[in-house]
Design a protein around this ligand. Structure first.
Ligand SMILES: [Zn+2]
Ligand SMILES: [Zn+2]
Length: 105
């Protein structure tokens, strides 16, 4: 179970009503979408779709939220063999190795 920054965030992330327990995007009571894979928090846009706006700070306690792991997640995928040994991966997938700071042996 992921630790969130405060109780309010925890209860908002975990809010599930009886009618929409499987789909927070369908539930008007749900405000926050949390992606465990990416460690991303988003404000749910209730337009009938699954859009959300990523937030960097908790709206309740004001603490900085964890950095998005989206880049790392894709790097892990690569490392796991999706695209093995590819040094020419798009720069946006390589947050730690930008052009100019590349350290190639
Ligand atoms: Zn609901
Ligand atoms: Zn908080």
């Amino acid at each position: 179970m992921t630790q969130h920054c405060c109780e309010e965030m925890t209860s908002r992330v975990n809010v599930r009503c009886d009618q929409h327990h499987d789909d927070p995007f369908a539930c008007p009571d749900a405000l926050i979408a949390f992606s465990a894979d990416f460690q991303e928090y988003g404000l749910i846009i209730h337009d009938g779709g699954t859009s959300s706006i990523t937030i960097d700070f908790c709206p309740w306690c004001g603490r900085r939220l964890p950095d998005s792991q989206r880049d790392r997640w894709f790097e892990e995928l690569e490392r796991a063999g999706i695209d093995p040994g590819d040094d020419e991966a798009p720069a946006e997938l390589q947050d730690d190795r930008r052009p100019g700071s590349a350290q190639r042996e």
